[in-house]
Design a protein around this ligand. Structure first.
Ligand SMILES: Cc1cc2nc3c(=O)[nH]c(=O)nc-3n(C[C@H](O)[C@H](O)[C@H](O)COP(=O)(O)OP(=O)(O)OC[C@H]3O[C@@H](n4cnc5c(N)ncnc54)[C@H](O)[C@@H]3O)c2cc1C
Length: 309
């Protein structure tokens, strides 16, 4: 008979690995599936996680995996989960590596950044072009920066926030109506420069952005850094296909990561895409694992009492 895991963790990023660690330390038999496409995988270094500030992003993931695989009840597959079905209380996961059965699921499938259609954008992403000031803006402190966003719900608030890191800011709307007249006036009064030109392409070498070129032939030299707050989407369509309720920031859960679908929990950027930080993803992974273990313990406790009577 096929092995029945206590929990399958789908996604081996910070949230999934932390959930896995909490579960194996609760003596749970688990399996992690990871398609190795973490949100910060293009970034060389990860900042803002206590004891690991500035550590290689790749190394952080490998350290996490190694810690978990020390436990005999942990299993890890470099495989994508493609489909999930439920038969009574058992989920069946159809993956690139075969079919697996599990009692509970944690979706730790992350979020995906949707890039504007600017030539060269993907070449620089995570290397010299970033979206999160808490992760990467410190390195640009007091240097000239360029903000590119065509998103009206992000650009003004993001631009205001950046003033704390530097006073030398060019705001690029990429030819879209991303600022109201009032917002534009308020930025200009504070010394921001604004470019309404559509960006033609980003130019540079080996991931280092050197120039933003506009459709009208003009360009801005990149002396400090470029920030581009992106729109994000769920990292996987599996939660929605299983019937998980969604909100503006991802999957709707309770405080212990429980979704509206029985036996299904979620953690990380796919729950709170507006709070994208490794530390926050880890915390929510741990909470979802506690949620899973609480539910399993409750179910087992009830069965145990019945079988002894
Ligand atoms: C460019 C960039 C730089 C960043 N730098 C920092 C930083 O310095 N410090 C910081 O705190 N935060 C940083 N962040 C944010 C950080 O990357 C995220 O908050 C964090 O990765 C979220 O962790 P997660 O586990 O929720 O998702 P992810 O790390 O995205 O992991 C999700 C995993 O699930 C896998 N997956 C998805 N679907 C499936 C499936 N169907 N089957 C199997 N596997 C699947 C993916 O392949 C991926 O490996 C950065 C983000 C970006 C975009």
């Amino acid at each position: 008979m096929k092995e029945l895991y206590d929990c399958s963790v789908i996604g081996g990023g910070p949230s999934g690995l932390t959930a896995a660690l909490t579960l194996v330390r609760a003596k749970r038999r688990i399996i992690i599936f990871d398609s190795s496409n973490g949100r910060n995988s293009s970034s060389a270094h990860s900042h803002n996680y206590l004891t690991r500030d500035g550590t290689s992003t790749h190394e952080m993931k490998e350290l996490g995996k190694a810690e978990i695989l020390r436990y005999s009840t942990a299993n890890f597959k470099n495989a994508q989960v493609n489909k999930i079905t439920k038969n009574q209380d058992v989920f069946q996961l159809i993956t690139d590596d075969g079919v697996y059965n599990t009692k509970k699921i944690i979706f730790a499938t992350g979020a995906r950044d949707v890039f504007p259609t600017i030539d060269g954008f993907d070449q620089f992403w995570g290397k010299s072009l970033f979206s999160c000031p808490y992760c990467d803006a410190y390195e640009f402190s007091d240097k000239p920066i360029i903000i590119i966003s065509e998103n009206p719900s992000l650009l003004y608030s993001f631009s205001k926030k950046m003033l704390n890191w530097t006073k030398d800011i060019v705001v690029c709307t990429n030819g879209k109506k991303a600022l109201t007249d009032k917002q534009r006036e308020s930025l200009l009064q504070r010394g921001y420069k604004i470019s309404d030109q559509e960006v033609k392409c980003l130019k540079g070498c080996n991931g280092a952005l050197e120039r933003v070129e506009f459709m009208d032939g003009t360009s801005v030299k990149v002396c400090g850094g470029v920030m581009a707050p992106t729109r994000v989407e769920p990292g996987s369509t599996l939660p929605a296909s299983l019937g998980c309720s969604m909100n503006a920031f991802g999957i709707t859960t309770d405080v212990l990561g429980k979704t509206n679908v029985g036996g299904v929990f979620a953690a990380g950027d796919n729950v709170h895409s507006h709070l994208s930080q490794v530390s926050i993803a880890c915390a929510s992974g741990s909470k979802a694992a506690i949620g899973v273990n609480t539910e399993l313990s409750e179910e087992e406790f009830n069965l145990y009492r019945v079988s002894k009577l």
